[in-house]
Design a protein around this ligand. Structure first.
Ligand code: GDP
Length: 298
């Protein structure tokens, strides 16, 4: 019987494949450390984080011999250690309504994520309202309405091109009147005109603060795992426009393993509230550092 060669994971290429063959051990030397750094960089971890992770693996272990499996375990443990502190679900407050602003570039999965989140919150017994704040994209508003129906959550809309801030204000009023627990506000994601977008987001915040000076209570940035290192620059950009308090990374069900999340956690330490693992309504999962680390290491 012929053995199928195991698909090489992150480390398979480094020390050889495991499987049925006898366990191969190689000495952890400078050359191997350099290869490890390169592999980590190639996984979208970014140079700085990759170097730090490799250095932590190397510490006290240079010159010793390791099999692929042993190295994988070390690496997964190191990555899980970095990710542990940021794995935090969306905090729920007693404040009514808790205002959650959702930002991110178009196509990142914002609409889908709001739909999934609304469904989860509703299932947890929360009364939720969605405001379709991307008033320029008619298709986005329609999509959000579809998601609202699926989630059993009302979606407030405004005519195309209407001021998103005034919609946000009306949504605050309705949420207060109806005693809603959570108001999810979608926002535009046109990075082509950053000055406009920044002004738009700032105005939404100003207006909802007229109703509640402590709002928004959360500003979630939605990032697409398949964009790799772009996620870092998107966070930089949105942090300048809004007070981002947490992240949700979508499309982790595909080939993208989300190595950039390690860089994000290492550099910014923002909570990762959840991850998107598909296009269906229940495809929003809590972020599990160990599972994530194991999948990344392969
Ligand atoms: P928006 O423009 O940011 O509002 O993005 P959408 O919510 O419309 O999502 C863009 C595309 O990505 C759609 O085809 C979604 O079905 C898809 N999508 C969103 N989240 C996920 C996810 O977690 N996994 C997968 N595979 N697809 C997703």
């Amino acid at each position: 019987k012929r053995e199928e060669p195991a698909r090489p994971g992150l480390l398979g290429r480094l020390v050889g494949r495991g499987g049925a063959k006898p366990v191969v051990r190689r000495t952890l030397d400078d050359e191997m450390l350099e290869s490890l750094e390169e592999l980590l960089i190639a996984s979208d971890m970014g140079v700085e984080t990759a170097m730090r992770v490799a250095a932590n693996i190397a510490e006290g272990r240079m010159g010793r011999r390791f099999s692929t499996e042993e190295l994988k375990e070390l690496l997964a443990a190191e990555i899980a250690r970095i990710m542990e502190p940021v794995a935090r679900p969306l905090p729920l407050y007693d404040r009514k309504p808790q205002v959650v602003l959702v930002v991110g570039v178009n196509g990142s999965g914002k609409t889908t994520t709001i739909g999934k989140l609304a469904a989860q919150l509703r299932a947890a017994g929360k009364k939720v309202i969605i405001a379709a704040g991307d008033t320029f994209r008619a298709a986005a508003v329609e999509q959000l309405q579809v998601w609202g129906e699926r989630a059993g959550v009302p979606v407030m809309t405004a005519p195309q091109g209407a001021d998103p801030a005034s919609l946000a204000f009306d949504a605050m009023t309705r949420a207060e009147e109806e005693g809603a627990d959570i108001l999810l506000i979608d926002t535009a994601g046109r990075l082509q005109n950053r000055a406009d977008l920044m002004e738009e987001l700032a105005k939404i915040v100003r207006v909802i603060r007229k109703k509640d000076p402590t709002a928004p209570h959360n500003t979630i940035l939605v990032l697409d795992a398949t964009t790799g290192q772009n996620a870092l620059s998107q966070l930089e950009i949105f942090r300048k426009m809004a007070d981002v308090t947490g992240l949700i990374m979508t499309k982790l069900d595909g080939t993208a393993k989300g190595g950039v999340l390690v860089a994000l956690a290492d550099r910014f330490g923002l909570p990762i509230h959840a991850i998107g693992v598909g296009e269906q309504i229940d495809d929003l999962a809590p972020f599990d550092p160990e599972e994530f680390a194991r999948a990344l290491v392969g």
